[in-house]
Design a protein around this ligand. Structure first.
Ligand code: FES
Ligand code: FES
Length: 158
């Protein structure tokens, strides 16, 4: 009988570094980031693809890491919230107070960074549509939208 529980080594490229981990076939990227690698900036929310707390980027595109098998991303570049340290999107969220408890913030920042990079002329409608994939229970979204607008404006200045 085939042994499905055995662990196998794989290499992951995360925030520009190669990380070697032992994984099982059913392990999600979220589980490996948090439990195997101790990268707890990526949050565990619904584990169902609905809340966006677990959002990371795969080759620059936001994905829900709770719904992604780690075995499927071994040939991709993964960016997590730890990889956005000191970036303009982080400064924008800080300067506009785009968070309260902060639980949703890593996922929102991963999503917002991709918006600013790929749709630099995004209008209000696009910003709201883009942010629909992330749920925040605290802010009412106003300061989050202001943070994204600030990052867009600063991107256009530079
Ligand atoms: S924890 Fe992944 S979408 Fe909620
Ligand atoms: S700041 Fe608390 S859930 Fe968004």
């Amino acid at each position: 009988m085939k042994e499905f529980r055995s662990e196998k080594p794989i290499d992951l490229s995360i925030n520009g570094e190669i990380r070697s981990v032992l994984v099982r076939p059913g392990d999600t990227l979220l589980k490996v980031l948090r439990q195997n690698l101790g990268m707890t900036g990526t949050k565990l929310g619904c584990e169902n693809g609905d809340c966006g707390a677990c959002t990371v980027q795969r080759d620059g595109i936001p994905i829900k890491s709770c719904c992604t098998l780690v075995a499927d991303v071994s040939d991709s570049e993964i960016t997590t919230i730890e990889g956005l340290r000191g970036t303009p999107i982080q400064d924008a969220f800080v300067n506009e107070y785009g968070f309260q408890c902060g639980f949703c913030t890593p996922g929102l920042m991963m999503n917002a960074e991709a918006l600013v990079r790929t749709v630099p002329d995004a209008d209000n409608e696009i910003i709201r549509e883009w942010l629909e994939s992330n749920i925040c229970r605290c802010t009412g979204y106003e300061t989050i939208e202001l943070s994204v607008k600030r990052a867009l404006a600063e991107g256009q200045e530079n």
